[in-house]
Ligand binder design. Structure first.
Ligand SMILES: [Zn+2]
Length: 386
């Protein structure tokens, strides 16, 4: 019998302790865990592998930090501005309405949007993420492989061309000249079948391109792109758009790597929100990413939160809006696309995504319509102080 002592900052919850115990007991012969507020003592019979056991217990204690917490982080800074900034942003044409749910951006709004994208991109670089660029449309095959049409028909926007024959093309061009009376175009006999659709998320193409991979090394990826959802704001504001920009950081590999990466990124994102001086939270979402059956079977996963949201407070609406999310997909994409991690297991994956328009909107709502009023450290963090 031997003992290992690991120091802790706080006493873990019973669920967190059970998670660490299950993981360590899986690999080592442990007779007892004794949890105290400042540390844990592990009594064991594996005297040859003390170091490996201590390393594993430390790693899983880190992974377990948030597993049964609903509120992971709250940057509860005072609110300085309570007015709706949008009228002023539209007046100076930083925001130009096109249609409900569609806007053009320029000026300071666009500068902030680009700076946010760049700062999440820099965060990805700290994890040595591979930068990727994907198409903004998905083939129907991709939608089918992840059963998207069944799960989210309300969000779909499919694309279809005019039929590839002279009769359809000439009839179409006659019917829809600018002298004709129409406001929408019916999907009728002149139109061909949809072979692709506008992408509703930025990261799925990353997993799609890994289809059939064997011996995939644990790794990070990042991409920014436009996503499309069949929705728009009830009040015609920037809080809900049909077409918006998201930067994701994805992590793909074995289960331990994915859980550990998520915890590392949650801590990094908390620092990011602090640097933005934004009143925001990281909290469990009510609509988890699809929890497939295998997720429920695992001893690890029943205490994990599958989805967290980055919620920013919008003072003039007196409500919080989701400006990003942290998702654990378990082995959903690994199974859908037959991806095998380097240890031979089905690959797990997770991602964090930051919605650029919504985060930009939250910053203008909280810091004011004029960059002159923004806290200097925030401008300097975004590289906008020059
Ligand atoms: Zn994602």
């Amino acid at each position: 019998m031997a003992e290992i002592r690991i120091d802790l900052d706080t006493l873990p919850t019973p669920e967190q302790a059970a998670f660490v115990e299950a993981a360590v007991r899986n690999s080592f012969r442990v007779s007892a865990f004794d949890w105290q507020s400042d540390g844990v003592t592990i009594t064991h019979e594996d005297t040859d592998s003390t170091d490996a056991m201590a390393a594993m217990a430390r790693r899983f204690t880190f992974i377990a930090k948030n597993i049964d917490k609903d509120l992971v982080f709250h940057n509860d800074v005072p609110i300085r501005f309570t007015d709706d900034p949008q009228p002023e942003l539209e007046r100076r044409r930083d925001v130009i309405p096109i249609e409900p749910g569609f806007y053009s951006f320029q000026g300071d709004v666009l500068r902030v949007l680009h700076a946010l994208n760049h700062s999440v991109q820099k965060m990805a670089a700290e994890f040595d993420a591979v930068e990727q660029e994907h198409p903004a449309v998905w083939p129907v095959r991709l939608f089918k492989m992840i059963d998207y049409f069944r799960e989210f028909p309300q969000q779909m926007i499919l694309c279809a061309p005019v039929k590839d024959d002279f009769k359809s093309r000439s009839e179409f061009s006659k019917r829809f000249g600018n002298d004709a009376d129409f406001e929408t175009v019916p999907m009728d006999e002149l139109m061909a079948d949809a072979k692709y659709g506008l992408q509703p998320a930025v990261c799925d193409c990353c997993y799609y391109t890994l289809e059939g991979a064997k011996n995939l090394q644990n790794g990070f990826y990042t991409t920014a792109n436009r996503v499309f959802r069949n929705e728009s704001s009830a009040t015609n504001q920037l809080d809900r758009l049909t077409n918006f920009t998201v930067r994701d950081i994805m992590f793909v590999g074995n289960e331990e790597f994915v859980l550990e990466s998520r915890q590392r990124i949650i801590e990094r994102l908390s620092k990011f929100l602090t640097s933005l001086g934004v009143n925001a939270k990281i909290e469990t979402a009510n609509d988890p990413f699809f929890a497939n059956e295998s997720a429920m079977k695992s001893v690890f996963q029943n205490v994990h939160r599958l989805k967290y949201e980055l919620l920013a407070y919008i003072p003039h609406l007196d409500k919080e809006i989701a400006t990003g999310s942290i998702n654990l997909h378990t082995d959903f994409f690994g199974r859908a696309f037959n991806i095998e991690a380097s240890d031979g297991s089905v690959a797990h994956s997770g991602c964090i995504g930051v919605g650029m328009e919504r985060m930009t909107y939250a910053l203008f709502c909280q810091h004011g319509a004029d960059l002159k009023d923004w806290p200097h450290p925030v401008l300097s963090f975004l590289g906008l102080d020059a």
